[in-house]
Write a protein that binds this ligand. Structure first.
Ligand SMILES: [Zn+2]
Ligand SMILES: [Zn+2]
Length: 268
């Protein structure tokens, strides 16, 4: 069954469109599920017990939420088309995706995942800096920033051109880095999860995370929320290292994080 699915002639238009339609459905439903869980967990449960962790007290309008869902559907379609091209490239032998775990030493699989997310961070950080140049911003990135008070639905709310530039990373990665198919799936799950956490409007990381040896390198809701409020800071995706090295991390981030997590110590 899986073999016949993997070996279907996806270079033929009929199969290509079928693959894109199925991938679009998976991508969009995955986005909706993650966002819905965060949306309801945030509103009904987390918000009730952790009022101070709410980043935006401005009521979320139906118009904004529907706009974000519609734009995310469009972005999911763009992502699906890119995956259509990836499977055609894979069948033609151009990608380094592999299916047998035994093709590489066991340690390579987690290592390849770490390399992939560091490369993705680097690609995204510099793409994001470039998209904030005034002319490029108006063309590509303004759609995403129309959500000043983000919601868990904002995760994929991109202009189609921005969605295309973001998606381009995956085929480029597939051409250079050998990845097991499941490692690739895991990477896609992480992208959706991190996009949802960063936009959900509620700080979900624990107290003192901004000082934790690992936590201080990870981006969460407070960090990315500051990007939507004060455009010139916090361009990162998963990690803070580029923002720290390039001095683009928002001044006072640690203090704001401590306030949101109910930590009244000054931490200096
Ligand atoms: Zn931005
Ligand atoms: Zn954002």
């Amino acid at each position: 069954m899986i073999d016949s699915l993997l070996n279907a002639p996806y270079h033929q238009p009929r199969w290509f469109f079928l693959f894109v339609a199925i991938t679009f459905t998976f991508t969009f439903v995955r986005y909706l599920l993650f966002s819905a869980v965060f949306h309801y967990a945030g509103f009904v449960w987390f918000r009730k017990f952790f009022q101070n962790r709410v980043l935006n007290h401005v009521p979320q309008t139906r118009a904004q939420i529907w706009r974000e869902i519609w734009r995310s559907a469009l972005a999911s379609l763009i992502f699906a088309v890119f995956f259509g091209f990836i499977i055609v490239l894979w069948q033609a032998g151009y990608t380094k995706i592999y299916l047998r775990w035994s093709d590489y030493p066991m340690l390579y699989h987690p290592l390849s995942f770490l390399i992939a997310i560091v490369l993705h961070e680097t690609y995204y950080y510099w793409l994001h800096r470039w998209m904030h140049l005034p002319k490029i911003y108006r063309l590509l990135h303004q759609w995403h920033h129309e959500s000043i008070h983000t919601t868990s639905m904002s995760a994929f709310s991109f202009h189609p051109l921005e969605a295309g530039l973001q998606a381009l990373f995956i085929p480029l990665l597939m051409l250079v880095l050998p990845l097991h198919l499941f490692v690739l799936f895991f990477l896609l799950l992480l992208m959706t999860l991190s996009g949802t956490i960063n936009h959900c409007g509620i700080e979900v990381f624990p107290k003192n995370f901004e000082r934790h040896w690992l936590g201080k390198w990870l981006i969460g809701a407070t960090h990315h929320d500051l990007h939507h409020k004060r455009f010139q800071f916090n361009y990162g995706l998963y990690f803070t290292f580029w923002d720290r090295w390039m001095k683009t991390e928002c001044p006072g981030f640690d203090k704001i994080f401590r306030e949101k997590t109910g930590n009244t110590e000054n931490g200096d």
